[in-house]
Design a protein around this ligand. Structure first.
Ligand code: ADP
Ligand code: MG
Length: 227
């Protein structure tokens, strides 16, 4: 498998405190979960990958120059309708006005929320807003989608729905990289786990193997304590 993302000795410190440290890895799978306890540096690593943070040291390489989008833990919706939120994202990417409406509607349909088109996005429930955020990102047709704890603030029913959508996005050919501290979610959505603790990558392991026989004691402990 050809790597599509490479991190070379990546590091980031804030005020002298190291947040991620000396991370070198290659991502070549289609579904990667960055797993680890709270404060491990998962969100920071994801933001570095997506280019929202500039690395303090090291480099990030995109050998295939894939287009990317990101969905955040708490979606930020504009103060307008659900449909207009998606159209605006398309506008920013230079999609012609004549195509925006149809593409935005199609995206709403794919996340199962066509009836919300005219609703004010900020009046939608947390679960609906997360699905709108997925629709907004998916409408851009990114080759890679980064998801930061996509179900962390949702109830179980909304979480299941979000996982179903993420699965569909991946099945339709978009590569996904998601952060989670939820073992079940990593197992259900990923084919590879990058295990992070205290800003360091302790292992990068195919998902079956990670849960059957983790390579590090730290990961084994995390699986035991969280499982
Ligand atoms: N801008 C920042 N300045 C200082 N510390 C930060 C900053 N961003 C994150 N941190 C710290 O870095 C650590 C990792 O944060 P984060 O990437 O959010 O972890 P995770 O997503 O795994 O919970 C935490 O201890 C957090 O408090
Ligand atoms: Mg986080």
């Amino acid at each position: 498998m050809e790597p599509w993302l490479e991190l070379d000795r990546l590091g980031l410190a804030e005020n002298g405190v190291r947040i991620v440290e000396d991370i070198s890895l290659k991502v070549s799978r289609n579904r990667t979960a960055i797993l680890g306890p709270n404060g491990a540096g998962k969100s920071t690593l994801l933001r570095l990958m997506h280019g929202l943070l500039r690395p303090g040291t090291g480099r990030i390489l995109w050998p295939l120059a894939l287009t990317q989008a990101m969905v955040f833990q708490r979606p930020v919706m504009l103060r307008t309708t659900a449909l207009a939120n998606i159209e605006y994202g398309l506008d920013l990417r230079g999609v012609p006005a004549t195509e925006r409406h149809a593409r935005a509607l199609a995206a709403l349909q794919r996340v199962g929320l066509p009836e919300l088109a005219r609703r004010q996005a900020r009046r939608c429930s947390g679960g609906e807003q997360q699905r709108l955020a997925l629709a907004r990102a998916w409408a851009l047709e990114p080759r890679v989608l980064f998801l930061d704890e996509p179900t962390a603030s949702l109830d179980p029913a909304s979480s299941r729905e979000v996982e179903r959508i993420v699965n569909e996005i991946a099945a339709a050919g978009t590569k996904i990289v998601l952060t989670t501290h939820n073992l079940g979610q990593a197992r259900r959505l990923a084919d590879e786990v990058i295990y992070l603790e205290e800003g360091r990558v302790l292992e990068q392991t195919p998902v079956d193997e990670f849960f059957r026989q983790p390579r590090t004691n730290a990961a084994a402990r995390f699986i035991r304590d969280e499982g």
